[in-house]
Design a protein around this ligand. Structure first.
Ligand code: GSH
Length: 197
């Protein structure tokens, strides 16, 4: 059975969300990050970055959440990828953009929130950076239900899994109407509701 290492509250969640969408059985292996288990020699043997998620599928080991989702789509769930080379490229574009650009300020705000340092330079810089990325996402969603191919793909899943932190870190998304409407709809998907239960 496919194993996903990492807690539901981490980047591992996007891989599990996809598996739930596809109705694929998997095991979520607990990695207690509070106890530093992601830095243990056993875990680092699977993922030398000491980060979650990691996928184990039989003898095959893979890390980096976008690579994991691309693998799952190609092998088990093509309905959540693009149907053409161009669609697949666009799905990959949004997935990579989400974890590279969008994720960065959100993860900063997330950490700063835990550290309770709302006035730190890093917090202020993240708040200054975010409108650029959120504006790009909002513009891409204007007049559209989904990012690519007119249907829900891992592009939506990956972007939503990052933006979902907005309320928690004090970012108001209502000023981005298209983004806000899209996120509200995507977050209500039964597979995600089941995962979060
Ligand atoms: N680019 C990686 C990022 C993974 C990542 O940063 N994971 C965080 C949890 S959301 C982590 O393991 N942090 C622990 C650390 O950096 O020590 C991916 O998308 O898989």
């Amino acid at each position: 059975m496919i194993k996903i290492y990492g807690p539901k509250q981490s980047s591992a969640s996007r891989c599990m969300w996809l598996l739930e969408e596809a109705g694929i059985e998997y095991e979520n292996v607990n990695v207690d990050m509070g106890k530093g288990e992601h830095k243990s020699p056993e875990y680092m043997a699977l993922n030398p970055n000491g980060k979650v998620p990691t996928l184990v599928d039989g003898d095959f080991v893979l890390w980096e959440s976008v690579a994991i989702m691309n693998y799952l789509v190609e092998k088990y769930a093509p309905q959540f990828g693009g149907a053409t080379v161009e669609e697949r490229a666009l799905v990959n574009q949004w997935s990579l953009w989400s974890v590279i650009h969008l994720y960065h300020p959100f993860s900063t705000l997330f950490l700063q929130k835990w550290r309770n340092t709302p006035d730190s330079e890093a917090t202020i810089a993240a708040h200054e950076e975010l409108p650029k990325w959120l504006g790009i996402l909002n513009a891409a969603l204007e007049g559209k239900e989904f990012l690519v191919a007119g249907r829900f793909t891992v592009a939506d899943l990956t972007a939503a899994s990052v933006v979902a932190r907005a309320e928690f870190v004090g970012v108001d998304l209502t000023i981005y109407p298209a983004l806000h409407a899209w996120l509200t709809a995507v977050m209500a998907r039964p597979a995600l509701v089941k995962l979060q239960a």
